[in-house]
Design a protein around this ligand. Structure first.
Ligand SMILES: [Zn+2]
Ligand SMILES: [Zn+2]
Length: 480
């Protein structure tokens, strides 16, 4: 199969390769069936046609399919079959994926091979803009701009502390002159050749609250660039392309009325636990309706926050349970979990986390739509220790963990937990306008590079690797 990229090679079983293969399948689905399509659409297409016959799968192929299913928590069937295709993992077989390549143009096939043979996360949006500029909408990428930093203090939620020194990141050594293989050179030298910056996704920021801080009011139509402009810009040493954000709306007053205008902005809709007492029929109806709108990718943030007076905790639990019932099957949930001062200080919020895990577990037992084995959960702003991390993963294998600028102030136990987060479960977020990696400053999604840098130092890897992994994970979780 001359058009298949290296990430489909049978011998590849490391997590990074498997995540890259999954990203390749998502890319393929989007090329064939359009935005929002998933690898399951590829499976459905094959099963709806009679293109495939049963064919023996080699032992190394079977190992890879099993690893893919296990590491990406897809469920492992007793036997993998091609007729019908009984798992997304079967798409890893050259014979199966080859049938799908026939649906691509020659140029798309060459592009597919070039990108996924390079060991880098693909430029999903910039590729799309080359193939079909009209589908992508406004400028696909926010690129590095001259430094414009707001040094003055803005009241943040964290205690003042000396900000960490910012040494030159490993990124300086650069990825990034891509060497094209033969397949690529025939179609495109421009979009792939030459230096590029790694892509970054901020999977949790509050653009509404950020605008309130920056401009005094929230304007839904304000562009991402304009929203970010008055705040801190990218650190000059950190070149990355902010390709997407998930803007979290948990204040009923600023739920978006129109979504889908800016293809880089995705939305999560929820109710912050601190606002649980506002929950009423009107909010319930809005939350039921909003997930049907374009680019609404999650329910949340919802959860537990025991930094409030204990009298409010019972209501928080009830509202958390009620909100979960409104979630359509398959939609990820963004969970906020914060214990009281003692719990946070002594247990890294273990009491609050266990409470949230218990409520989610009960929800899965009572719900027909969700199960513990496949419920997609984004535990946002994670600051737990290893025990807390384990508690989540034992119960919910599809729990992802978002890390913010708070990592700049992590204790050794929290750092240990961060090191133990599985590669395919790691996410980056800013929680802008809060939790800047540098205290006393408003944060914006432009801080995501600094968060990546701090995470890379703790995990003993490079910024590029953290950005590649977390971009692929964000796309896998939120399907964009
Ligand atoms: Zn939160
Ligand atoms: Zn938040």
């Amino acid at each position: 199969m001359s058009h298949l990229p290296q990430c489909f090679d049978e011998g590849q079983v490391e997590v990074k390769r498997l995540v890259q293969t999954q990203t390749a399948l998502i890319w393929l689905a989007k090329q064939i069936f359009g935005p929002g399509s998933t690898p399951q659409d590829l499976v459905d297409h094959l099963n709806g046609s009679d293109l495939l016959e049963e064919y023996p799968i080699s032992p190394s192929g079977l190992t890879r399919m099993r690893e893919f299913s296990r590491k990406l928590a897809l469920g492992v069937p007793n036997k993998f079959t091609m007729c019908p295709v009984n798992s997304v993992a079967v798409l890893l077989h050259w014979r199966v994926v080859g049938n799908l390549l026939n649906l691509l143009t020659e140029e798309q096939r060459a592009r597919f091979k070039a990108i996924f043979s390079l060991g880098l996360v693909p430029q999903l949006q910039s590729l799309a803009s080359v193939t079909s500029p009209k589908e992508v909408g406004p400028t696909a990428l926010v690129t590095a701009k001259p430094l414009f930093r707001q040094e003055e203090a803005e009241e943040g939620p964290m205690e003042a502390e000396t900000p960490p020194e910012m040494p030159s990141p490993a990124m300086e050594q650069g990825l990034d002159v891509l060497v094209l293989d033969e397949g690529a050179s025939e179609f495109d030298g421009q979009s792939l050749a030459g230096p590029i910056s790694p892509q970054a996704i901020d999977v949790h920021c509050h653009l509404d609250r950020l605008q309130l801080r920056q401009f005094g009011k929230y304007l839904e139509s304000r562009s991402l660039e304009d929203t970010l402009k008055p705040g801190p810009q990218q650190h000059p040493d950190q070149s990355f392309q902010l390709v997407s954000v998930v803007s979290v709306h948990c204040d009923p007053g600023t739920y978006p009325k129109v979504t889908g205008q800016d293809t880089r902005i995705h939305h999560a809709i929820g109710l912050h636990p601190k606002k649980a007492d506002q929950f009423n029929q009107a909010i319930k109806e809005k939350i039921c309706h909003l997930p049907k709108q374009p680019q609404v990718v999650a329910l949340g943030e919802i959860g537990i926050d025991q930094s409030t007076p204990p009298a409010s905790w019972v209501r928080q639990r009830e509202v958390f349970q009620s909100l979960l019932k409104l979630k359509p099957s398959g939609l990820p949930v963004v969970v906020h979990c914060r214990g009281n001062a003692m719990d946070e200080k002594k247990n890294f919020g273990a009491v609050a986390h266990c409470l949230a895990i218990g409520i989610l577990d009960r929800h899965c037992q009572e719900s027909k739509a969700d199960s513990v084995s496949d419920m997609a959960i984004h535990v946002h702003c994670f600051g737990g220790d290893y025990q807390v991390l384990e508690a989540w993963l034992v119960k919910f294998p599809r729990a992802y963990f978002g890390f913010t600028g708070m990592v700049a102030r992590f204790t050794s136990q929290q750092k240990r937990a961060l090191r133990r987060v599985p590669e395919d479960r790691l996410l980056l977020e800013t929680d802008a306008p809060y939790l800047s990696p540098r205290n006393n400053r408003i944060s914006t999604p432009n801080d995501i590079g600094e968060v990546a840098y701090l995470v890379s130092r703790i995990r003993g890897t490079t910024v590029e690797s953290v950005l590649a992994t977390t971009t692929a994970n964000s796309q896998a979780l939120y399907h964009f």
